[in-house]
Ligand binder design. Structure first.
Ligand code: CMC
Length: 442
């Protein structure tokens, strides 16, 4: 564990505000009620099994708080999202991805000196070890870039073994910078590998977003000069994806990290969790859905009927926490118009998406269930306009989410009271029975 400094504290414990009484048969038990800084209340059941022999059941953890966290606040009913207390709208308008990353990881806005020193570390660590670069040759051209990203993030720890025994905040900072920086380099290299083109080295004179676009689109004989409007759109996209409290991939990172696994192993697992179509993979599924509607000339009413008959899901709609418009989707919807106009791109998918949203939001199925567009509904349209291929969309989400994963891994690492995450179950299988020899089996 690292030494404690002002920026080096685990999440504070919530306040104790009362107790709930639980009655089981003829026994009663007092369960503490705790309250977070935004008045969210929770019943602390950590002593329940020890005192009553019972556990709680909460499939998919819809009602379970797995930790105390001081990183991101969401009010799903009001559609509020804040990183370290700062509204997402302000960060989207005024911050950069790297400043936001620092804010998420360390809880404070960086000073000019801290930001410059962190940016310097990102530049120092942006290259891949030549041995690592050779790994790309081992993947088939058809490999999915998410599979490559996850494998390669894990492989980085083979070349930088110091990331496995972090002891203080300085070694943590260097590992975090290495992970943020190399993720971007690996992501672009995964794309180049998937199209059979040479991998492009990063340039020390470019900032984080410019460098990514350079590595994606330059060729050995033709340097790509990133368009400032595309750089701004990328910056916005990454900021909006940077954290989202205890979602599936972040919970995975914390779960893996809780066993003492290193930052790279934990975040590599996060990439795998993000890949699924119900999570980060939804940004690909949305574009596929819009293509299907476009190519098969399906009307919006027809598509909504198919959703209501449960033949398909409306991808990019709905959220476990938001029961109101996802604030990230609101920003991206506005940005899509602007980005496409600035880049002089006309994409019929944007018109279709708007029409589909309008039709769905007028329908009682969506109204009754509070289903609104989420972050993935409009993001793919912006990525397409920037020239990012569809199979890279979820990789883009992973680059964006990396600061959140790092911040959560660190918050847990700093918490000396943290224990290995280990849910229980209600066993519903066979009761005791004997081994059956082969010749007696039917
Ligand atoms: N299309 C149609 N019906 C839906 C949808 C949808 N996209 N989302 C939820 N519902 C229905 C669901 O069938 C259920 O109806 P009923 O109560 O009649 O059975 C009700 O709404 C509640 O949904 P749920 O399945 O209990 O919600 P959940 O919290 O378990 O799942 C979700 C959340 C995001 C996985 C889900 O809304 C979904 O599958 N959406 C589409 C995939 C998607 O866009 N994922 C991106 C999420 S945001 C970014 C991220 O986390 O990566």
């Amino acid at each position: 564990m690292p030494h404690s400094t002002a920026h080096n504290q685990p999440a504070p414990a919530p306040s104790s505000v009362g107790a709930a009484t639980l009655k089981i048969d003829d026994r009663t038990m007092e369960l503490p009620i705790v309250e977070g800084t935004e008045s969210e209340r929770a019943i602390d059941i950590s002593k329940l099994r020890q005192e009553t022999g019972h556990i709680t059941v909460d499939p998919a953890y819809g009602n379970t708080g797995s930790c105390n966290s001081a990183i991101t606040f969401i009010d799903g009913e009001k559609g509020i999202l804040r990183y370290r207390g700062v509204p997402i709208e302000q960060l989207a308008e005024r911050s950069t991805f790297i400043e936001t990353a620092w804010l998420l990881i360390y809880g404070q806005f960086p000073t000019r000196k801290q930001l410059s020193s962190f940016s310097g570390l990102l530049t120092t660590h942006q290259m891949l070890h030549e041995g690592l670069r050779n790994h790309f040759d081992g993947f088939p051209n058809t490999a999915h870039p998410m599979a490559i990203l996850s494998s390669m993030i894990n492989a980085v720890s083979c070349y930088h073994q110091d990331v496995m025994d972090m002891e203080d905040d300085e070694t943590f900072e260097s590992a975090a910078a290495r992970l943020l920086s190399k993720t971007r380099t690996i992501a672009a290299a995964a794309y180049k590998a998937s199209i059979g083109r040479p991998i492009i080295y990063p340039r020390p004179d470019l900032n984080y977003c410019q460098n990514f676009l350079h590595m994606m689109f330059s060729l050995p004989y033709s340097e790509h000069e990133p368009n400032p409007d595309v750089v701004d759109a990328l910056q916005l996209f990454l900021i909006l994806h940077a954290d989202h409290e205890q979602n599936c991939s972040t919970s995975t990172v914390r779960m893996v990290g809780s066993s003492g696994a290193n930052l790279f192993a934990s975040c590599s697992a996060g990439v795998c969790a993000l890949w699924g179509p119900l999570h980060g993979g939804a940004n690909v599924a949305v574009i596929q859905m819009l293509h299907e509607i476009h190519d098969q000339k399906i009307t919006m009413k027809e598509y909504v009927q198919r959703v209501k008959k449960r033949e398909v899901k409306l991808m990019g709609f709905g959220h476990r926490v938001y029961k109101n418009y996802d604030p990230r989707a609101k920003i991206l919807k506005g940005a899509a118009d602007k980005v496409l106009a600035t880049l002089k791109v006309h994409d019929p998918m944007l018109d279709l998406a708007r029409e589909l949203e309008e039709t769905a939001l007028e329908d009682s199925y969506f109204k009754d269930r509070n289903l609104y567009p989420n972050v993935d509904f409009y993001s793919g349209i912006i990525l397409r306009a920037m020239g990012i291929p569809v199979n890279m969309f979820t990789v883009m989400f992973a680059i964006g989410r990396m600061p959140g994963w790092i911040a959560h891994w660190r918050e847990q690492w700093l918490d000396t009271a943290s224990r290995i995450a280990r849910p229980r179950q209600v066993y519903t299988g066979q009761t005791l029975r004997d081994y059956v020899p082969m010749d007696q089996r039917g």
